[in-house]
Design a protein around this ligand. Structure first.
Ligand SMILES: C[C@H](O)[C@H](O)[C@H]1CNC2=NC(N)=NC(=O)C2=N1
Length: 101
């Protein structure tokens, strides 16, 4: 069976969902502080630079949404899935809570 561009067929990386238009992987995270959000944005930026694959970002205070798509393909590819999976431990790491809380 031929796979259509933008059609997600495999399992999604944990925490990620398919966008409404079906053409991107999205994950939205609420961080404990603006600084933590900034750290996560910066860390995922480094992963993206290494892969030459860059997420769209929506960032409002402590809430950040990453959106991953492959422009050439017009949809989700393994490049998006791989970056999403690589970003996950980074996002979890910045969801810290201060000691004693
Ligand atoms: C030439 C360069 O590899 C392309 O423009 C890259 C850059 N970063 C990219 N990032 C994402 N998310 N999708 C792309 O298709 C893409 N293309």
């Amino acid at each position: 069976m031929q796979q259509e561009y933008g059609q997600e067929t495999g399992p999604l990386p944990a925490g990620w969902r398919l966008s409404e238009d079906g053409r991107a992987l999205e994950r939205e995270v609420e961080f404990p502080s603006f600084a933590a959000a900034a750290g996560a944005v910066m860390a995922v930026m480094l992963l993206a630079e290494k892969r030459d694959h860059h997420p769209d970002l929506t960032w409002s205070w402590v809430r950040v949404r990453w959106r991953l798509t492959t422009h050439d393909a017009g949809g989700v590819t393994d490049r998006d899935r791989e970056l999403a999976a690589a970003a996950n431990p980074v996002l979890e790491a910045f969801l810290f809570r201060p000691a004693g809380s």
